[in-house]
Design a protein around this ligand. Structure first.
Ligand SMILES: Nc1ncnc2c1ncn2[C@@H]1O[C@H](COP(=O)(O)OP(=O)(O)OP(=O)(O)O)[C@@H](O)[C@H]1O
Ligand SMILES: [Mg+2]
Length: 221
């Protein structure tokens, strides 16, 4: 069964007198343990589609099913709750807080959860992405690739079922990108997480199980 499914998803943005139809009836699904890349030209609707999968926004028409549950009509609060429980995000610009250390940045999304030892878990995640010796560095003291690895560790602190990434290797050289892709591949294979990643990086396509192509709001599988 799919962990995430979009059916006939349409997204229209109204700006003043103009309407942009960013998604024109998109059908998409991803299974646990699968790594799918979304490719397509600038402005074709990739980030919009990721926002739908990530419950960051609601479709104009169509439905979104997460882990067997229809979440299309969910309120903002309900969507936030589902995001916390099921989803991890990695953005192209890392969104790290500059005044916090690496380990504090990783702990941050789990601050509300008192049932786990978040500090130990954050340290463990940073060690897994090869940053065990950079725990107390702030983002300004880390390289771009290291910041991206902190962002990936942070996206995993709440043990998501789905990891969503918008150009996760966009700012990285081939070798650093490869390290991150290897970690993502490990997540799908060993932890059965679904990864959906937007990319222009052909290396990322090579690591993935499947690529779909979005052109002008229409998905080609
Ligand atoms: N909040 C918004 N309001 C109005 N129009 C928007 C909004 N967000 C996106 N759009 C429009 O929707 C279309 C799809 O945008 P989207 O950001 O999904 O493209 P993309 O494929 O991610 O592009 P890129 O590769 O450049 O990041 C574009 O034409 C864009 O101008
Ligand atoms: Mg985009």
């Amino acid at each position: 069964m799919s962990i995430i499914e979009l059916e006939g998803v349409v997204k229209r943005y109204e700006t003043g007198a103009e309407t942009v139809e960013a998604l024109k009836g998109v059908d998409f699904s991803a299974a646990r343990g699968e790594m799918v890349t979304v490719v397509g030209p600038s402005g074709s609707g990739k980030s919009t589609m990721l926002n739908m999968i990530g419950l960051l926004d609601s479709p104009t028409a169509g439905s979104v099913t997460l882990d067997g549950q229809d979440v299309t009509g969910f309120s903002e609060d309900e969507r936030t709750e589902e995001r916390r429980a099921e989803l991890g995000f990695v953005f192209q610009s890392f969104h790290l807080l500059p005044m916090l250390t690496a380990v504090e940045n990783v702990e941050l999304p789990s601050m509300w959860d008192t049932s786990v030892d978040r500090h130990d878990r954050a340290v463990d995640l940073l060690e897994r992405v090869g940053l065990g010796d950079r725990l107390t560095h702030t983002p300004g003291e880390l390289s771009g690739g290291q910041q991206q690895r902190v962002a990936i560790a942070r996206s995993l602190i709440n043990e998501p079922e789905i990891l969503l990434a918008d150009e996760p290797t966009g700012n990285l050289d081939q070798e650093t990108g490869g390290t991150i892709l290897t970690e993502m591949q490990r997540l799908t294979e060993e932890e059965n997480i679904a990864v959906v990643a937007i990319t222009h990086d052909t290396q990322l396509e090579e690591f993935s199980d499947r690529a779909v192509n979005l052109v002008d709001g229409v998905l080609h599988t």
